[in-house]
Design a protein around this ligand. Structure first.
Ligand SMILES: [Zn+2]
Length: 147
């Protein structure tokens, strides 16, 4: 499934369920290879080292199900503001990398009518470090999930 408005709406709906409109927070939505959508929110903790990105729960759901993530959206809202798209952080790019360079992610795009655009992981991460372990190519999922 390709990243679309439906996935964006799912992320905003999750944001509103967990943090009703007007509250500060973030939420993610991801398409899995079978077309289902999984959502999650960040785990905030007074100890920042224990906190988790909003995408982490959805990534773990996909991995638990043994299904590939095909597209990912993360939205964030400041107190009293409107939700806006944030690109995945470097760690979440790394987590998503196990499903290959074609995973689509939402990125901010002020020039677009919606304020967001779609890029592949390869586009946001052109010098992916782990290519060195796969002969210069994006490493296969099997390399990420070694027993
Ligand atoms: Zn992250």
């Amino acid at each position: 499934m390709n990243l679309d408005q439906k996935l964006m709406d799912a992320a905003v709906a999750q944001l509103d369920r967990r943090w009703p409109a007007g509250q500060h927070g973030g939420a993610a939505a991801m398409y899995l290879e079978d077309g289902r959508i999984v959502t999650s929110v960040g785990f905030d903790n007074v100890n920042g080292g224990a906190s988790l990105c909003g995408e982490t729960g959805a990534i773990c759901q996909a991995y638990t199900l043994g299904l590939r993530v095909t597209a990912s959206v993360f939205v964030f809202r400041e107190i009293g503001g409107e939700p806006y798209v944030m690109a995945p952080c470097g760690i979440c790019q790394e987590r998503l990398a196990m499903w290959g360079p074609d995973v689509q992610v939402a990125v901010p795009d002020p020039a677009s009518e919606t304020g967001w655009g779609v890029r592949t992981l390869a586009e946001v991460h052109p010098y992916y470090w782990a290519k060195v372990f796969a002969g210069g190519e994006w490493p296969p999922s099997s390399l990420h999930a070694q027993p």
